[in-house]
Design a protein around this ligand. Structure first.
Ligand code: 6PG
Length: 237
């Protein structure tokens, strides 16, 4: 069920609306675990948080995790962590121990096991799985989310917390949270921009066409809340 759909004019207004939601969610919480997404959409959000919200959040209470990471060094331009560090982490007073990056420089299989153990050791569980307070997700033009691609849709139902995925075109190895852990989050928020997502967004919302082949269509909050933040292009306006 699509719990909540926010259509915003463009990436900037979408980021502003989401930033205010994110801020409200963190208030009066002694600890807040958020898993960040990668790609290009969050860049506007991270830049906004650094420029306009650096002093509004109590960063001491917030822990950054990643929903997925490319298996590259943290200095590589492909790294989601590098993008986040440059746009946000280096500009806010978040304690280094609150940054839990996926070590892209490690062997993928070993890192998937290591990261799952780090998550289990720190994030409280519910329904037998770690429960992130907030899960930020994007959606690719093929309907993938995190690094769960249509040709590996079995990762949606996979029980382990993390898995190794392979990008269908580039063959690049990724470490990704699996659908069971993603769906167990208290709040799940898709931030989706771009006209190249509009057709699949429509299919997912209307449960039509090949929507069942899109991993993003299988993201359903187990007992939390799912929200979509779409710019007008992605919403087909
Ligand atoms: C990644 C992301 C991925 C991303 C989508 C959308 O590591 O690339 O986690 O799932 O969210 O591909 O990317 P854009 O925002 O660039 O369209």
């Amino acid at each position: 069920m699509m719990n909540n759909k926010n259509i915003c004019k463009d990436g900037e207004t979408l980021s502003e609306e989401f930033a205010n939601f994110f801020l409200r969610e963190t208030q009066n919480k002694p600890v807040f675990h958020v898993a960040l997404s990668g790609g290009s959409t969050p860049k506007i959000l991270f830049d906004l948080l650094a420029k306009e919200y650096a002093t509004k959040f109590n960063w001491q209470t917030i822990h950054f995790w990643w929903g997925d990471e490319r298996c590259v060094p943290p200095t590589d331009d492909e790294s989601n962590y590098k993008m986040t560090k440059e746009l946000l982490i280096d500009k806010i007073a978040i304690p280094p121990q609150n940054i839990h990056r996926i070590l892209g420089e490690n062997a993928p299989e070993k890192e998937a096991i290591r990261y799952a153990k780090e998550i289990e050791g720190i994030i409280p569980a519910k329904n037998g799985l770690p429960r992130f307070d907030l899960m930020l997700l994007g959606m690719g033009p093929d309907g993938h989310t995190a690094s769960i691609f249509p040709n590996q849709i079995e990762l949606i139902k996979a029980e382990p917390i993390c898995a190794v995925a392979t990008h269908p075109e580039s063959g690049q190895k990724r470490v990704t949270l699996t659908g069971a852990t993603i769906n167990n989050s208290a709040e799940i928020a898709f931030l989706v921009t771009g006209a190249n997502k509009a057709e699949k967004i429509q299919e997912i919302f209307n449960k039509e066409g090949d929507y069942k082949k899109y991993p993003a269509a299988h993201i359903k909050a187990t007992d939390g809340k799912l929200s979509w933040y779409l710019d007008e292009s992605a919403a087909g306006k």
